[in-house]
Design a protein around this ligand. Structure first.
Ligand SMILES: [Mn+2]
Length: 335
């Protein structure tokens, strides 16, 4: 058995804990909710922290995460939306002693030694689409007309999770493929969930004071350098680095790095403009390389990625800026 069939065969048995990358987003959390509703014996870990929207999704579907899960009581860890095992913050001896299944849609990162089943589909803009395919293999969400409600319908909470995952990872369908759109309409059709409900769930509320201050401080600390026709911008904040890097891209930068220092650890969020991505620029590869060189971890998509590690955030941002500038100098002239 290969891939999805094997996943569908393995997932029903034993106790499973879904684990995520730090600050888990709607794609990670939503994928887990759909799995939990479709397979028995699933719990969700909140140990790496859940993003603001991820928390809101959980609340709206009535699911909870375990802040400090007892890893020993699970047979299998199901790693969603990342293949970067060191970034999970789970002790190596715990990882070594559990069966590990990875379901991801990013570039493969790091060492996957001891991983029982690794399934990644980088052609999909979201992990949620893989889960939807898996549910179809398993038989949930069968075409309308199937006899039982169970066979016919996709649970509404699971559907909300998958739809939210698709919407976040595609920037509200901007980067969706036609197959993504098909998956989304099927998910909505088979659950009866109105799209409006998912969109309302994801609407950004008025930023709170800490976000306003972080954004404005980030703007004050902004610096940028030019390489030919491209601009690389960098800044730093103590939180909201992902949201700020997205905003700086909207201001006109082609590549953005925003760092955050937390005690001896740093995080950097990286973004690249879509026009640049279409020409082959890949901020995820760049951050993976820099992460490896600095003894931390990095990686992600061509247009959005992250890096973390021990040491100075300032140094990490400088290294990334240099790498981006030199990559951009080698880019063919636009047209
Ligand atoms: Mn994702």
């Amino acid at each position: 058995m290969e891939g999805l069939e094997r996943l569908a065969a393995e997932l029903p048995s034993g106790r499973k804990l879904a684990v995520f990358h730090p600050n888990a987003d709607c794609d990670a959390v939503g994928s887990a909710v759909a799995l939990k509703r479709a397979f028995p014996g699933f719990d969700l870990s909140g140990a790496g922290g859940i993003s603001r929207l991820g928390k809101r999704l959980l609340e709206s579907v009535g699911e909870r995460v375990l802040e400090a899960p007892e890893y020993v009581s699970y047979d299998t860890l199901v790693v969603l939306d990342t293949s970067n095992l060191p970034s999970l913050g789970i002790p190596q001896e715990v990882l070594d002693a559990r069966r590990i299944i990875i379901i991801d849609h990013h570039l493969r990162t790091g060492n996957l030694k001891g991983v029982e089943l690794y399934y990644s589909d980088e052609t999909k803009p979201s992990c949620a689409e893989i889960i939807w395919e898996l549910l179809n293999v398993q038989g949930v969400g069968e075409a309308p007309g199937a006899k039982t409600a169970q066979a016919r319908g996709l649970d509404r909470g699971g559907a909300a999770g998958l739809a939210a995952g698709i919407l976040t990872d595609t920037a509200h369908l901007r980067f969706a493929r036609t197959s993504t759109l098909r998956a989304l309409t099927e998910i909505l059709d088979r659950s009866g969930l109105p799209l409006e409900e998912v969109l309302a769930l994801m609407e950004d509320d008025v930023p709170d004071m800490s976000r306003k201050v972080a954004f404005l401080k980030g703007a004050q600390r902004l610096r940028y350098e030019q390489a030919g026709e491209y601009i690389v911008a960098a800044s730093n904040v103590s939180a909201f680095e992902g949201a700020l890097s997205k905003t700086l891209l909207a201001l006109g930068a082609d590549v953005v790095f925003v760092g955050a220092q937390a005690k001896h650890e740093f995080r950097v969020s990286g973004r690249a403009a879509q026009a640049l991505v279409r020409r082959g620029f890949h901020v995820g590869k760049l951050m993976e390389e820099a992460g490896r060189e600095m003894g931390g971890q990095g990686g992600g998509h061509a247009g959005a990625a992250g890096m973390s590690g021990g040491g100075e955030m300032e140094a990490a941002v400088n290294i990334l800026m240099e790498k981006a500038l030199s990559a951009l100098r080698q880019m063919p002239k636009g047209g």
